[in-house]
Design a protein around this ligand. Structure first.
Ligand code: UDX
Ligand code: UDX
Length: 446
């Protein structure tokens, strides 16, 4: 099928390249011309495992980027909207979605054949039917069902494993208002024969995305609240407590005498808080949407509150250890990205933590295997030095704070032993073995 995708960001580019790999003809449109140029020169821009290989295999064969939305819509049968939907402080900001809906409508005015518009951006319930649809109708001067259809197809891609997630989907949610449009979306996903397709209406599809992400965010904040309580007591480690919880066979079922360890347990672990481009903004958007609908959203408000204060637990730990005096302390920060496997710094807990170190006049030596370039755009101060390697980051540090669970940090104890150092390790992700360190402290443990 010929498909145009509007927005060549994390979601749009991954979707475009994966669909190209499945033999669809893809034009990825972005209004950022530099981005378009780079993609057409074979550079994916973002760090995402497997994406470079997909680009080099498909570029100029059945994939290309463009900044001409109008032409891309005219040349394709389906247009997928994948522009960002940030939170503007009060509610979801649909400016980009509205702008591209208008441009799509204007292009469709010139099109003779049937066209399907699919919303993939995360949008609050009702956006596809009550905002995107009327805009496309207005500018195309057509009624939905005549020569165009509309659908909603949320993404469930985790940054860092987005290509894998796309290629091996756990489900495909297809929202639409008519059978024909649903059939077209099903056709797009025909290569994914083994995957369960959930057919529903647009609003339900929109709601599924929020229910899913806010559930995962809730598990994390729950674990953090329990972890913070564990840390108030001697000899109670949240890691052991949560391990005991994970073994509940409703969480870890035993099938044919084998324990099936589900992915969900990794969200049931204490840490320095969640971040990224989705969980924080999705929570804010759905809370504000709920309030508009006269729902108190008490639980999700609490999930957000716990998360907002969680990075400061790292600061509390250090303030206790150093009697509120971090001035001129050399602190190595290992990990800047909001999680491993990505260079994305959006809403990363490292930002609030490092800014606090700077406020307290500590010296920060920061290291991240891939997010350093992104971090430099956000975290700039004469008190921050970016190290080239993990060894140069830690060699003069009194304190080492680990904020992202990059696999290469697992070897930290060997590096420290070789350098004969005895720094205090502050494990913000609880993924290091505490027995390997002389001085170790972390989230969820005293
Ligand atoms: C996406 C979704 O769209 C968002 O709703 C979802 O919740 C998370 O994933 P993401 O891919 O992370 O967002 O966004 P981003 O990386 O910011 O990419 C959006 C792209 O759209 C950018 O490249 C931007 O230049 C482009 N864009 C934006 C347009 O091409 N046109 C516009 O009018 C606005
Ligand atoms: C999320 C959704 O998982 C995905 O389905 C899609 O809807 C987009 O939003 P993403 O934000 O890329 O994906 O990553 P995810 O791995 O879910 O991480 C989100 C946050 O949860 C991060 O801050 C991460 O550190 C935290 N997390 C993640 C955990 O605490 N434990 C985990 O096991 C995984």
């Amino acid at each position: 099928m010929k498909i145009s995708i509007i927005g060549a960001g994390y979601v749009g580019l991954v979707t475009g390249l994966c669909l190209a790999e499945k033999k669809h003809d893809i034009i990825c449109v972005d209004n950022n011309k530099t981005k378009v140029k780079k993609i057409n020169n074979g550079k994916t821009i973002i760090h995402e495992e497997g994406l470079d290989a997909l680009l080099s295999r498909n570029l100029n064969i059945n994939f290309r980027a463009s900044s001409n939305l109008h032409r891309a819509v005219l040349k394709t049968d389906v247009t997928i909207i994948a522009v960002g939907t940030p939170f503007n402080g009060k509610s979801i900001d649909l400016t980009y979605v509205k702008n591209v809906s208008k441009s799509i409508g204007q292009a469709l005015y010139h099109k003779k054949d049937y066209h399907l518009v699919v919303v993939k951006s995360t949008v609050t319930p009702g956006t596809t039917d009550d905002i995107v649809l009327p805009i496309v109708e207005k500018y195309s001067k057509m009624k939905v069902g005549e020569k165009f259809g509309i659908g909603m197809n949320p993404e469930f891609l985790r940054e860092g494993s987005a290509v894998k997630d796309f290629m091996n989907p756990d489900r495909i949610v297809i929202g639409s208002n008519d059978k024909f449009s649903a059939g077209v979306i099903k056709k797009i996903y025909k290569p994914f024969t083994k995957t369960e397709m959930l057919l529903t209406n647009n609003k339900t599809a929109e709601m599924i995305k929020y229910a899913n992400n806010t559930l995962l965010a809730t598990l994390i904040s729950f674990s953090n609240e329990i972890g913070n309580l564990c840390a108030t007591q001697k000899n109670v480690d949240s890691l052991d407590v949560m391990k005991g919880v994970h073994l509940d066979n409703r969480i870890t079922p035993i099938i044919n005498s084998k324990k099936i360890s589900p992915g969900i347990i990794s969200y049931l672990s204490a840490g320095c808080g969640f971040g990224g481009s989705c969980f924080p903004k999705d929570l804010s958007a759905i809370i504000s949407f709920g309030k508009k609908k006269k729902q108190k959203m008490q639980l999700l408000n609490a999930v957000q509150d716990v998360n907002q204060s969680q990075p400061m637990k790292i600061i509390e730990i250090l303030n206790r250890s150093y009697k509120n005096n971090l001035k001129e302390k050399n602190i190595a920060v290992l990990g800047l990205a909001f999680k491993e496997g990505t260079d994305d710094m959006r809403e990363s807990p490292s930002i609030a933590i490092i800014n606090k170190f700077i406020e307290y006049k500590a010296n920060v030596i920061a290291y991240d295997p891939v997010a350093q370039m992104e971090a430099k755009k956000i975290l700039e101060s004469k008190r921050i030095v970016y190290a080239k390697s993990i060894v140069s980051a830690v060699k003069s540090a009194e304190i080492i704070v680990v904020l992202t669970a990059w696999p290469e940090f697992k070897n930290l104890h060997n590096i420290i032993n070789n350098l004969q150092l005895e720094p205090l390790i502050v494990d913000g992700r609880r993924f290091l073995n505490k027995k390997n360190f002389q001085k170790y402290i972390g989230i969820g443990i005293t």
